[in-house]
Design a binder for this molecule. Structure first.
Ligand code: SF4
Length: 269
């Protein structure tokens, strides 16, 4: 794809404004100048876009700007009050809050009034800004309802059409590739994560991971069958209350981040 005109060719040209812009032409121009994410148009077939247009979603400066704004709101929270609702542990003796996030333990030192001073991992290492954004959002949502134990696809949540595609491209398809690799020890692959359910049968897998204390993800993987021309596939499910803990963008990012971590593990071994 050489210019915005190539992108314009695959847009519906309906000027429906759902992306927040006046026209498809303006949208195509802004995607090429990285001022807007291509994911903002629910009708754009993401699979036909080159990777450099898809990533990063936001320029680094935009990402930092969002983080600055979120951190200001995050730092005004009293985390002691919401620790229990969010499955975090408040240690009165050290005046810190801790919680598990994917394969990492997060430690948050608090001020006297319970406001967070910082967001780091247990070893004091800085977090990736994208992880900071997700964690700030998790706290800002304040956990408004208990888990249901009922797992649903992302499509069950309102206004999720474009995100369902993103989840497929950035998490379900790469996960399927990882899990269908021959000789992969699936128990070892997930050993750093909080797992509550692990069923493996004839190459198929169903696993539930607490990506955050109140956001479990269920990964269902079918190994496929070459004789019957069935390809391997993967489906990620969320607890029906997940939308009360994170917005759709963050729910998708959580699955993407899990996939990245598994991919890193595979490339190291
Ligand atoms: S949402 Fe898509 S189709 Fe609608 S105006 Fe924006 S780019 Fe065009």
């Amino acid at each position: 794809m050489k210019s915005y005109l190539d992108l314009l060719k695959i847009l519906p040209k309906s000027n429906c404004k759902e992306c927040g812009l006046e026209s498809c032409l303006l949208f195509a121009l802004k995607v090429f100048s990285k001022e807007i994410s291509p994911r903002a148009c629910p009708y754009l077939p993401l699979e036909s876009l080159p990777k450099d247009l898809l990533t990063p979603n936001l320029s680094f400066n935009q990402l930092l700007e969002n983080l600055k704004y979120l951190k200001e709101k995050f730092k005004a929270l009293d985390l002691r009050e919401m620790a229990e609702n969010l499955g975090a542990f408040y240690d009165k003796a050290t005046h810190t809050l801790s919680l598990f996030y994917l394969d990492t333990e997060i430690l948050i030192p608090l001020e006297e009034e319970g406001h967070p001073l910082d967001l780091k991992d247990l070893k004091g290492k800085e977090l990736d800004p994208r992880d900071e954004i997700l964690l700030c959002n998790y706290f800002l949502f304040k956990g408004r309802s208990p888990l249901t134990g009922n797992f649903v696809g992302l499509e069950a949540f309102p206004h999720s059409i474009s995100k369902v595609k993103t989840l497929k491209i950035y998490a379900e398809e790469p996960l399927s590739e990882i899990l269908s690799q021959p000789n992969i020890d699936k128990k070892l692959l997930f050993k750093e994560f909080k797992i509550t359910q692990f069923k493996e049968e004839q190459g198929n897998l169903s696993i539930t991971i607490f990506a955050l204390p109140k956001v479990p993800l269920m990964i269902n993987f079918w190994a496929g069958d070459l004789e019957d021309q069935l390809l391997p596939s993967c489906k990620i499910l969320y607890d029906a209350s997940a939308i009360n803990y994170l917005d759709l963008e963050c729910l998708v990012f959580l699955a993407e981040r899990l996939t990245e971590k598994l991919r890193d593990y595979v490339s190291r071994t």
